[in-house]
Design a protein around this ligand. Structure first.
Ligand code: ADP
Ligand code: MG
Length: 696
């Protein structure tokens, strides 16, 4: 039976070479693939009860044809009307519209069908507003005496994403035939013990239930079972990957000497928060392990990640190693470089900034000093690693704002050179569900405390006039302001024009007496950085910006932010943006200028006005937008979930995680014959996708 599932789809009745090709385009090459080709949605196509009338949902009726007629409905339209007697509803006119043809009778087929089988189901739209259905525009009809009809109406009907040339109903029929004939032969990969423990349906039942559920309860049971299986495989893969990473011996170690760390702390000018101290300890413990560190440091904007990163880098330097600090943009790299200057100026640490702004000659000199080991820490952008900068003994790399790196990029990072320690930092807190699903190879440290004396910024939904009046007041008081515009379309110049035009308007009409600067993403890097430097040196009062200021910029004197068209930003972006203010002990204010048009946009704005808690916002963002949007499709595609839904299956995923760990503790290589199914499932699913799930 197992082999039947591996047969090409063409083996199925009703599938010829052409249809097989179309199915392959959907990713279904074998019968087994087809069984696992899951519906996206299920349409409730049970019969519309009398008295319900027409609404947005299609009407579903079963009736008997009592008469037909045809008429012209316009110059290019003919109409076929069947009078139906529908039990409970009475007489209903069913209407089919078509373009007439000179060469043949467009309604001939239909007329014959109805003459031979006058009993039929129709799916279509009625006139809204009337409680009694009198006529219906037919979009689909099914003859009651056709055995396939029960697949398409009178039930929860599966809707599959299809492709051009393959009508939805044909696809549904092909899949139904496959399910009917072959689901019994599906190989159960979950050990029976787990099926019992988690009260899961057997696989054949789940497959039948997800394709052809008899009730929403059955559907949910089936989906839950299939989601659990996906999650279990995913967590097995992560747990094994996690273990593999820790089986590599890095061949060097660290001693905490404090020759740099103590003076660094002494001249910081503030005491580290409890959370910073705890996290530094977690990192130091990790660095002293025999295997390379891959740790994710998450902390809300402004929680003080940089100081933690510098502590780790100093430990490397104390031990005679080199470190690298990489930021996603040049502005941020510059910013970090200033921070280094501020915190390390009296310490014997040699650090350099390496970005595309550094002139050629200077760059060559820096590169050779890096290669000679005459530079301890290099600060640059993420391209540092790609540019093949040769280090003498690079041991620790800090990657700032890494949340957009997927598992493949992390793997590439690790496999780049000899073993090395990685500290990845993100200011977008990652909801636990996502971190279980997507960061299973990482250890996570969390900064859950803000430096003392911070006054949370007040956020409100306001009109532009109110916001600008406030900006003026703050500037009078010696502060500075951001005015931010969304990127409307990455590929067009519209956003740029908007920001440029707005800069004009603000400097001429709104704030003619203030100094108004502009930065946007398309500016040459050098001008961008210069403008930020000038803003930081208080040469400007108001900075008009596209979201290039989103991450990392640290200008404590800026106490107001006005976000224009705030309804066009996602929750996390808005939270990141406003993290640019509220960086001193002065009260800060964020104005969201928006006319939200959807309930979701309203909700986003309300959430931001209500809370400053990045973790809560991340959870809400996940609920509102779903994982694909939050993480980008590439990253969420790496785990390729079909039945599982990360925005609502958190508990199930956590269960699967626990079960995966238990399984592997007892049987580390899944060598036990009872775990054979899981082992094979794991290989087919993740071996190629991740390149490095090794099963001995
Ligand atoms: P983020 O986590 O967003 O990267 P930063 O590292 O930029 O945050 O820190 C934000 C600001 O807070 C910086 O100006 C930094 O010097 C300051 N800071 C960091 N830790 C503390 C602390 N323990 N006490 C006071 N200020 C701190
Ligand atoms: Mg930062």
């Amino acid at each position: 039976m197992e082999t039947a599932l591996q047969k090409p789809v063409q083996y199925l009745k009703g599938v010829g070479p052409k249809r097989a090709q179309l199915l392959e385009r959907l990713g279904a090459r074998t019968v087994g693939d087809l069984l696992m080709y899951l519906p996206r949605v299920w349409e409730d196509r049970r019969e519309t009860p009398p008295g319900q009338g027409a609404s947005d949902a299609p009407l579903i009726l079963r009736g008997r044809v009592t008469g037909v007629r045809e008429q012209r409905a316009g110059p290019h339209l003919v109409l076929f009307i069947a009078k139906l007697q529908v039990p409970g509803h009475g007489a209903v006119d069913a209407l089919w519209f078509k373009r007439p043809s000179r060469s043949y009778d467009v309604f001939q087929g239909l007329r014959r069908e109805l003459a031979a089988s006058p009993e039929l189901w129709i799916v279509g739209r009625g006139e809204p507003g009337l409680l009694k259905i009198r006529q219906i525009n037919v979009s689909e009809h099914y003859l009651a005496d056709d055995p396939r009809t029960s697949l398409h109406v009178d039930r929860l009907v599966p809707v599959y994403p299809t492709t051009e040339g393959l009508p939805e109903r044909r696809l549904r029929e092909v899949i139904a035939a496959a399910v009917e004939e072959f689901s019994g032969g599906l190989h159960e990969m979950l050990p029976e013990r787990l099926l019992i423990k988690r009260e899961m349906l057997a696989l054949p039942q789940a497959i039948r239930g997800i394709h052809h559920p008899r009730s929403t309860a059955e559907l949910e049971e089936a989906r839950r079972r299939l989601a659990y299986e996906e999650f279990l495989l995913l967590e097995l893969a992560w747990t094994m990957k996690h273990r593999q990473i820790r089986q590599v011996s890095k061949g060097y170690g660290y001693d905490v000497r404090r020759s740099l760390l103590s003076p660094f702390r002494a001249q910081l000018g503030f005491e580290m928060t409890g959370a910073q101290k705890r996290v530094v300890n977690e990192i130091f413990d990790d660095l002293q392990k025999p295997y390379p560190m891959t740790r994710l440091l998450q902390g809300d904007v402004g929680s003080g990640k940089t100081v933690v990163a510098i502590s780790a880098l100093l430990l490397a330097v104390e031990n005679g190693y080199q470190g690298a600090f990489m930021a996603p943009t040049e502005i941020l790299a510059e910013q970090h470089h200033w921070t280094f200057q501020k915190f390390l100026h009296d310490l014997p640490v040699r650090f350099e900034l390496l970005t595309s702004r550094v002139p050629k000659k200077a760059r060559a000199r820096i590169l050779s000093r890096i290669a000679e080991g005459e530079i301890d820490v290099v600060v640059g952008t993420h391209s540092l690693l790609e540019e093949d900068v040769k280090f003498r003994n690079l041991r620790l790399t800090v990657v700032d704002e890494q949340h957009r790196f997927g598992v493949r990029q992390r793997t590439t990072l690790r496999q780049k050179g000899p073993p090395m320690d990685f500290l990845l930092m993100t200011a977008t807190p990652i909801p636990r569900t996502l971190s279980l699903a997507l960061y299973g190879d990482l250890d996570v440290s969390t900064l859950d405390e803000m430096p003392p004396g911070r006054v949370a910024s007040l956020t409100r939904h306001a009109d532009e006039g109110t916001a600008f009046a406030f900006v003026r007041g703050q500037v009078k008081a010696g502060h500075q302001a951001f005015v931010v515009y969304p990127i409307i379309q990455e590929s067009s110049n519209l956003d740029l024009k908007a920001a440029v035009a707005e800069h004009e308007r603000l400097s001429r009409e709104v704030f003619p007496d203030l100094r108004v600067a502009l930065v946007h993403g398309r500016m040459p890097g050098e001008r961008k950085v210069r403008t930020m430097e000038e803003f930081s040196a208080k040469k400007w009062d108001v900075l008009v910006a596209t979201p290039v200021v989103e991450v990392g910029v640290d200008i404590p004197n800026a106490t107001v932010m006005v976000v224009q068209n705030a309804d066009r930003f996602g929750l996390s972006s808005l939270h990141q943006l406003r993290g640019r203010i509220g960086r001193s002990d002065a009260e800060s204010h964020c104005f969201l200028v928006a006319e939200p048009k959807t309930p979701e946009a309203h909700q986003r704005i309300a959430i931001l006005c209500e809370t400053n808690d990045g973790f809560r916002i991340a959870e809400e963002d996940l609920k509102l937008r779903g994982p694909g949007e939050v993480l980008g499709t590439a990253q969420s595609g790496e785990v390729a979930l079909q039945a599982g839904d990360l925005s609502r299956d958190g508990e199930l995923l956590a269960d699967a995680r626990g079960d995966a760990q238990e399984l592997l503790a007892a049987d580390p290589e899944l060598a036990d014959p009872g775990n054979d199914g899981l082992r094979r499932g794991l290989l087919t699913r993740y071996e190629n996708r991740w390149k490095s799930v090794d099963l001995a």
